[in-house]
Ligand binder design. Structure first.
Ligand code: GLU
Length: 305
């Protein structure tokens, strides 16, 4: 653990000129403007150390990574009851797939595919009078920074092109698994996905998952230690869409990716690592972030296994 700085320096040098095969996401038009060469690494430890490299000041939209944070919020507010309307199994299909949802009568496989996250957002509307405000305040508190906002341009761009998410929400509503207006659910979901953070803020906002549910920065219990175990288990099995098995095999850590090019991973009891590099592979995950994390656990000699 005292060699973290040397390891990430080496990894940065190794990968800084190879963004990897693939493209920056463009199905949400405003995401297409991200710099394909952008690359940043942050590591934060439960005992208060922080390491950053590369474009660590650049804010990017966390996209699907927000699904872990909204799930943590709802776990706190709803407890175990939430598992009646969303599952805990890997889906093995794309993050925005409709097919499984029809077979499985509107109950999404897990909270990290879009259908599952839409259900979580829907229930957050029931529990919070001002859901957008509650979400952004929760994330600011976790990251220990007031400088975290919804990126309105990205949110509006996604709302304008949210045809698949609207289809998912409508299908689930037809099965009685969405309570609120679809328009409102999509609006809040697209705002949560547009949350902009840099790698350090991202790594810090996941530290409670490395510390049995307690944010080490202020000692606040965000979820119970059992809740943290469950969130980590879900990230390990479902955090990288249909590449979750491959990621567990190569990296061996619970993690969550987003189409903004960020991935954050947790070593329980020790640290979080966040990497941003917006070129995505065919599964919608950042190629360079995966390679960086694979080398990180290899060189550190620590994973969850
Ligand atoms: N906002 C994105 C969508 O719904 C999130 C997808 C992702 O990051 O994987 O399509």
């Amino acid at each position: 653990m005292d060699n973290i700085e040397q390891i990430i320096n080496r990894l940065y040098e190794k990968y800084k000129d190879c963004a990897g095969e693939g493209e920056v996401a463009s199905y949400i038009p405003a995401l297409a403007g991200a710099d394909p060469d952008g690359y940043a690494i942050a590591v934060t430890t439960v005992d208060g150390k922080e390491y950053v490299l590369g474009d660590y000041d650049t804010k990017f939209s966390i996209q699907s990574i927000s699904k872990v944070l909204t799930l943590a919020m709802l776990m706190k507010q709803m407890g175990e009851d939430l598992w009646h309307f969303v599952g805990k199994e890997p889906s093995g299909s794309a993050f925005n797939s409709l097919i499984q949802l029809e077979y499985e009568k509107g109950i999404p496989r897990n909270p990290f595919i879009n259908a599952g996250a839409l259900v979580i957002t829907d229930r957050l509307i029931n529990f919070n009078q001002k859901p957008k405000q509650s979400i952004i305040e929760f994330v600011r508190e976790l990251a220990g920074s007031e400088d975290i906002y919804f990126d309105k341009t990205i949110a509006l761009s996604e709302i304008d092109t949210s045809f698949r998410n609207e289809a998912l929400a409508s299908l689930m509503k037809s099965f009685g698994n969405i309570n609120n207006d679809i328009e409102e659910v999509i609006d809040i979901y697209c705002h949560q996905c547009s949350i902009s953070m840099n790698v350090l803020e991202l790594a810090k906002s996941f530290l409670f998952l490395a510390n049995a549910g307690v944010n080490p920065a202020d000692g606040r219990q965000i979820v119970s230690s059992r809740g943290a175990k469950r969130l980590n288990a879900l990230m390990l099995t479902c955090g990288l869409y249909n590449e979750s098995g491959e990621f567990a095999y190569r990296v061996g850590l619970p993690a969550k990716s987003g189409v903004g090019g960020g991935i954050v991973a947790v070593i329980p009891g020790k640290l979080t690592i966040a990497v941003w590099s917006p070129v995505l592979n065919k599964n919608g995950n950042s190629s360079r972030a995966i390679s960086t994390m694979e080398d990180f656990t290899t060189e550190l000699g620590i994973s969850v296994f």
